[in-house]
Design a protein around this ligand. Structure first.
Ligand SMILES: Cc1ncc(COP(=O)(O)O)c(C=O)c1O
Length: 402
């Protein structure tokens, strides 16, 4: 129970934000940043710097005087290039004037969209585990997160019958993330088609989080659900440059969707972050058509790190992982160890200086797993694996984390 004193002291805090727990990832990050000798496999942020050419373009944009407000939806020439990209690569035609908005990263788009769609009591179906940003936004809007547990036996690809089982007359929306954080699952076309059919039959809106669309391996196909018949009108597609151009800190992404929703999101944006910085919009606009080489390079590095890690981790007794086909995460199964994922992640950090994220920080269905980011050079991954192996052996020997 909160004491009267405490209540008085925090009288100014609204109920809205009290519903939200801080991100478990940030907690691990803050703790680990104080440990000099730790290997950081926690934060889902590329270790590469922004490409040199993009940095040059940013400097040029600053020198050219892009110091002023832009439209709330972002520069129109930028949106026009994004519309071309969405048509060519994702197979969806959007009107750059009315159906696209540039956002302060994908997070901003997701938040604006949820605020614009979800009424108190509306149910929003989402994958479990999932990116930490969805649930707090749903809760802040007064919505009810409804979680579909992902199953390792299906390579963590969401199953249509599991979604179907969660649909009620209160279901308003489904948030669909592919390639998926934290499992690296890439949902195949067949399943996407079935999900589209389900959405049409049950009148469900979709937020398609496609921020890892470029980080896809082994010839897998990225399918944008909005490209399927009848889906454009009921889907908001969310993209980001954070991961593909390794510019998480620049804060830029975009969303494309039906005009009424984009209008509402722009209205909110006017009174929120207003728009992403003008020079960053210009730099990304000019870099887009030149980015292939950089993205191919980054992908190759992630594939070699992934292949190394999957083999090495599977060589350790009593833990295992499947090979992810997208993003840059490995979801390590630690169910054979006599401890929770929270306990194991803490033990790994405190005793062996390896930062990982307990699966439960990403959803209840994450129990029995830890998330490992492939965002350090392979030499560090090698050392991390030695430490993980020692930690696993110690836990097995002691029958727990002491
Ligand atoms: C699935 C997913 N969506 C959205 C985001 C947020 O990306 P941004 O940096 O563009 O806000 C992340 C970041 O980790 C993510 O993993």
């Amino acid at each position: 129970m909160i004491s009267t004193e405490a209540k008085k002291e925090h009288f100014y805090i609204a109920e809205r934000t009290k519903k939200i727990k801080g991100s478990g990832i940030r907690k691990a990050f803050d703790m680990a940043s104080q440990l000099k000798d730790a290997i950081h496999l926690g934060l889902g942020e590329p270790d590469f710097n922004a490409p040199e050419e993009l940095k040059m373009l940013l400097k040029m944009a600053v020198d050219e005087g892009y110091d002023h407000y832009t439209p709330n939806a972002g520069f129109l020439d930028f949106r026009t290039v994004l519309a071309e990209k969405l048509e060519e690569e994702n197979g969806i035609e959007y009107d750059p004037e009315k159906e696209i908005m540039v956002t302060v990263g994908a997070m901003n788009a997701i938040h604006l969209a949820i605020l614009s769609i979800v009424n108190p009591g509306d149910e929003v179906i989402m994958q479990d585990p999932s990116f930490v940003g969805f649930e707090p936004c749903i809760l802040m809007a007064g919505g009810v997160p409804v979680k579909v547990a992902l199953r390792e036996e299906f390579d963590f690809e969401v199953q249509i019958e599991d979604i179907e089982a969660k649909i009620t007359d209160k279901t308003k929306m489904l948030i669909l993330n592919t390639p998926h954080n934290p499992t690296g699952a890439v949902i195949p076309r067949q399943t996407i088609e079935k999900i589209a059919d389900l959405a049409l039959r049950n009148d469900i809106f979709i937020i398609a989080d496609e921020v890892y669309e470029k980080l896809i391996y082994d010839g897998r196909e990225h399918v944008s659900i909005a490209s399927l018949p009848g889906m454009k009108e009921r889907t908001l597609t969310v993209h980001s440059f954070s991961k593909t151009f390794c510019i998480c800190g620049w804060r830029i992404g975009y969303a494309a969707g039906p005009i009424p929703l984009i209008n509402e999101m722009i209205k909110f944006q006017q009174f929120d972050s207003v728009h992403p910085p003008a020079p960053i919009q210009k730099a990304v606009l000019f870099y887009l058509s030149r980015s292939n080489e950089f993205v191919d390079y980054v992908k190759k590095v992630y594939v070699s790190r992934r292949d190394y890690m999957v083999d090495r981790l599977n060589s350790i007794d009593d833990v295992s992982c499947i090979k992810p086909h997208g993003a840059f995460y490995i979801f390590l199964n630690i169910k054979q160890l006599e401890c929770t994922s929270g306990e194991f992640a803490r033990f790994l950090l405190e005793k062996y200086r390896v930062v990982t994220i307990p699966g439960t920080a990403l959803g209840d269905a994450g129990e029995g797993y830890i998330r490992i980011c492939l965002t350090v050079p392979i030499e560090q991954l090698e050392v991390a694996c030695i430490r993980i192996e020692k930690a696993v052996k110690q836990v097995l020997r002691n029958g727990g984390v002491e």
